[in-house]
Design a binder for this molecule. Structure first.
Ligand SMILES: [Zn+2]
Length: 436
């Protein structure tokens, strides 16, 4: 027997209903789940908003284990993004993730929304601000208009870093429109943009801009009009530990790629399971640390030590040293933890010049890595605990739609969002970016 697309789709939906319950009912139990989550994990934020007539609009969840870990040791840089929910009522999944002490993904909060606009982002970020407290943080994201406006209001525009991968994609589309000097010309222009974005010193930024301007005036104008102060390293005023993209948020989306097909209550519970195992996995990763820094940091340091192997170092009185890399003289200050190239102070990890100086003095390079990358912080980040959300006494939904438990107590409930499923076959995959 051959099924047409519609028949197959309906059968699949029926099968899902059997597994996960009737979609219309999934919102009914959300208030109960939020209350239960807060009771079992005190300090958790689980809040929802609905329309005047009780239709679901917004949900924000940050588990106490995430809040605790972030406050104790994560780098104050948070990647935010949205992706599609492809369950029965679609909608958007917002996320906020931070970095642990070995640059691993540390999920901080998520939100589910029936739409994605400025008001949704503003509400999500206001809740996120409650999680973060008074800490100064950098938010990194794409340039969705709703995000730009709300980040500026809640965290301040100067704390907003724009994802360089997205910038490069926009620049690339602009290049295609200009059709500059064929394929080779496009590659060259993209490399010039890299030089602009990654230049640490103002003078290097200017040289890179001049090169681009000579190549094509319109491209240089594009850079000037696209707020380089939010993405070019030399122009961004705050410490951002060389985090250039919102790839972390993309990792979050792919981490929950299967769960995103499910209804809201199933997602709510599955997210907890995934989070639990991720935190355990990261905590167990501590056994792979050799000494006070993690494997990823160690790799970076090994690379820098290798590069600086043959540099000539000159001792000075005080904490300053002169380093020659064969092309220029640079000054490394071991007390201030700075280098003329600015890589050390910007990334928190000694650059090749600093490695040469530190080793000349007979010191251990890992002692000069920022505290954000140290073992004791990683231990603290994963020192919390998380309790299971038990559902043995979960209420049932009566024939008339009332949510009632075995003892006859009734609970508040929500109705599904009023947004309609968009026409056509649901899109499951986002188009992958060409840049990493
Ligand atoms: Zn340096």
């Amino acid at each position: 027997m051959q099924l047409n697309y519609c028949q197959a789709w309906n059968l699949k939906e029926k099968a899902k209903e059997r597994i996960h319950g009737v979609p219309q009912c999934s919102y009914k139990l959300l208030p109960w789940l939020c209350t239960r989550l807060i009771e079992t994990n005190p300090g958790t934020i689980a809040e929802y908003r609905c329309s005047d007539d009780g239709h679901f609009m917004q949900l924000f969840v940050a588990l106490s284990v995430s809040i605790h870990g972030f406050q104790l040791g994560c780098q104050p840089i948070i990647s935010i993004d949205s992706s599609h929910m492809s369950g029965p009522y679609k909608g958007a999944l917002f996320s906020a993730s931070s970095y642990d002490a070995d640059d691993g993904m540390f999920p901080l909060a998520y939100g589910l929304f029936s739409s994605e606009n400025y008001e949704d982002w503003l509400w999500f970020l206001e809740k996120l601000k409650m999680v973060i407290g008074e800490r100064d943080v950098i938010i990194i994201s794409d340039r969705h208009q709703g995000i730009i406006r709300s980040v500026s209001e809640v965290f301040g525009s100067e704390n907003h870093a724009h994802c360089y991968r997205h910038i490069k994609e926009n620049f690339s589309s602009f290049l295609t429109k200009l059709n500059t000097k064929g394929r080779k010309g496009k590659e060259n222009a993209l490399q010039m943009l890299d030089s602009i974005a990654y230049a640490r010193l103002d003078c290097d930024y200017e040289v890179a801009m001049d090169t681009l301007r000579t190549f094509n005036h319109d491209l240089a104008k594009w850079v000037e009009e696209n707020n380089p102060q939010h993405w070019a390293i030399s122009k961004f005023k705050k410490m951002r530990w060389d985090k250039m993209t919102s790839n972390l948020a993309e990792s979050f989306n792919s981490w929950l790629r299967h769960e995103r097909h499910h209804n809201i209550c199933v997602f709510f519970i599955e997210h907890m399971d995934k989070l639990g195992s991720l935190l355990v996995e990261h905590k167990n990763g501590l056994v792979k640390w050799n000494g006070c820094i993690g494997p990823k940091t160690e790799e970076k340091i090994a690379l820098n030590i290798g590069k600086g192997e043959n540099y000539i170092t000159y001792l000075h009185l005080g904490s300053s040293m002169k380093v020659s890399n064969g092309k220029a003289f640079l000054e490394v200050d071991l007390m201030e933890r700075t280098c003329t190239c600015k890589a050390w102070q910007m990334s928190g990890i000694p650059c090749d010049h600093a490695c040469a100086a530190i080793r000349r003095m007979g010191f251990d390079v890992s002692d000069y890595v920022d505290d954000w990358y140290k073992y004791n912080l990683q231990e603290k980040i994963y020192s919390g605990s998380m309790r299971t959300l038990v559902t043995h006494d979960m209420p049932m939904i009566d024939e008339d739609g009332t949510v009632r438990d075995a003892l006859g107590h009734t609970y508040p409930f929500l109705n599904p969002p009023t947004t309609k499923r968009p026409p056509g076959r649901p899109r499951k995959r986002r188009i992958e970016s060409q840049f990493m």
